[in-house]
Design a protein around this ligand. Structure first.
Ligand code: PLP
Length: 438
């Protein structure tokens, strides 16, 4: 069990006030705050050994290179990768997915299928739409039910046929012989739903499809081990796990990365260049063209150290506690409709909701006036918002430094807003018309 009060001491920003009120930061799914240890590590980098990596033989460059390489080792250990060669640093989750989509699309042809889910962030839709456009491949989608879970989760009782589960059978209606890639979010950034990653990956593997996991909302919050999952690729962002902005991670199985074309071309990703052509560098540098984000990598090492010290099991346990409390309190407020599984055990530490037809921007603004930072909008998942019949929602998302008192404060403020905004429910259409910025 972690001690959130003690952890908060490490986060200078959590001491600040907003409009004279103590900040309650509940926008962690967008980005997380940074502990002093991460800030100090990046400062220390700039103050004492700032230099370019993999280039010069001078002392500072050796130190910077050692720290940069160590960051890859650290992340490999954190997610259970075989070796640092399987860990590529990018700019963020978005770039990691673009890298895979771009490189893998060179192996796609007309008639091939790419399977996604209906609950993807735009980062895991648009790159595949583009890959499909370029190659003539087709996109297919695993559907969600009214509870915000993939339909395949509905019934996992054994069906009696060949020892298959009925969820197995539903999976196989979408993932079939033509499927070449299955790319899905581990945890939905709107519904909070934890998808049955192992089950999906197993189904994809059976037919030889490549699996890509968007782990932007899982790696920061729960223990994730790529070997246990059995995935081929997995993407996440440092800034969502206490680390700096500007660093993303792409895990890829070594043999697959070795067989892939680079994404960007230039310095450091080559082993040899002539005027006629070039040979590629070893992994992971083959995919890291140009001067990388050294300070960010050093900060990521400090973030992983911090999370490992607290323990990912403890982070996860704490978030379940906060989510259960938030769900309970929100259900007590008249007019609040929460999206995603009702059962806290099936979801991660975020809760998206609408309030009696009120605009999510209004709800967010009222909460902001109370010092509570949440996110209102479509959360970069427009197709999902449409499926839910809304133009958007308000989302409160939690992390290891949030306390039960903060959840109570949030619920109390929301209760007051609900009383203030009591008005008839709007339809999705009139809502969408009233503000197309969502
Ligand atoms: C599920 C999911 N995937 C991808 C992303 C994109 O992350 P980034 O903006 O760091 O690239 C996010 C960000 O919110 C997300 O929640």
């Amino acid at each position: 069990m972690l001690n959130a009060e003690r952890i908060r001491e490490d986060f200078p920003i959590l001491k600040r006030k907003v409009y004279g009120k103590p900040l309650v930061y509940l926008d962690n799914a967008a980005t997380t705050q940074k502990p002093r240890q991460v800030i100090q590590a990046t400062n220390d980098y700039y103050e004492t050994y700032n230099s370019n990596v993999h280039r010069a033989v001078h002392r500072l460059s050796q130190e910077a290179t050692a720290a940069y390489d160590e960051a890859h080792e650290k992340v490999a250990g954190f997610i259970g990768a075989e070796c640092m060669e399987e860990v590529v640093f990018t700019k963020n989750t978005t770039e990691s997915i673009n890298l895979v989509a771009s490189s893998l699309s060179q192996q796609l042809q007309k008639g091939d299928e790419i399977v996604l889910t209906q609950m993807e962030h735009h980062s895991n839709i648009v790159p595949w739409q583009q890959a499909a456009k370029r190659t003539g491949a087709k996109l297919r989608f695993l559907e969600i039910d009214g509870n915000g879970e993939l339909k395949l989760q509905h019934n996992s009782a054994t069906s009696g046929m060949c020892n298959r589960t009925s969820s197995d059978l539903q999976l196989r209606q979408t993932i079939g012989k033509k499927t070449k890639i299955v790319a899905f979010t581990h945890v939905s950034n709107v519904l909070g739903t934890i998808n049955p990653a192992k089950e999906i990956i197993a189904a994809a593997k059976e037919i030889g499809a490549v699996t890509v996991v968007d782990a932007a909302q899982s790696v920061p919050h729960m223990p994730v081990n790529v070997k246990e999952l059995g995935c081929d690729f997995l993407a996440f962002s440092a800034h969502k796990m206490l680390g700096p902005t500007g660093v993303g991670v792409l895990y890829g199985k070594r043999e697959l990365l070795e067989g892939m074309e680079p994404f960007l071309y230039g310095g450091d990703m080559i082993s040899e260049v002539s005027l006629e052509g070039a040979k590629w560098n070893e992994l992971p540098w083959k995919f890291e063209a140009g001067t990388p984000n050294m300070a960010g990598a050093v900060g990521l090492t400090a973030a992983v150290d911090y999370l490992q010290k607290v323990g990912m099991e403890n982070v996860w346990e704490h978030e379940i506690l906060l989510t259960k409390l938030a769900l309970k309190r929100l259900q007590e407020i008249e007019g609040v409709a929460v999206y995603g599984p009702k059962d806290a055990a099936k979801r991660s530490g975020l809760v998206a909701f609408n309030l009696n037809g009120a605009h999510p921007h209004d709800v967010s603004a009222f909460l902001d006036a109370a010092g509570i930072a949440v996110r209102g909008g479509h959360h970069c998942a427009m197709p999902l918002a449409r499926l839910l019949g809304t133009a958007g929602s308000t989302r409160a998302s939690f992390y290891l430094y949030n306390t039960t008192q903060e959840i109570e404060k949030f619920a109390e403020a929301l209760g007051k807003i609900a009383a203030k905004l009591k008005k008839p429910a709007q339809t999705a259409e009139s809502w969408a018309k009233s503000d197309n910025r969502l």
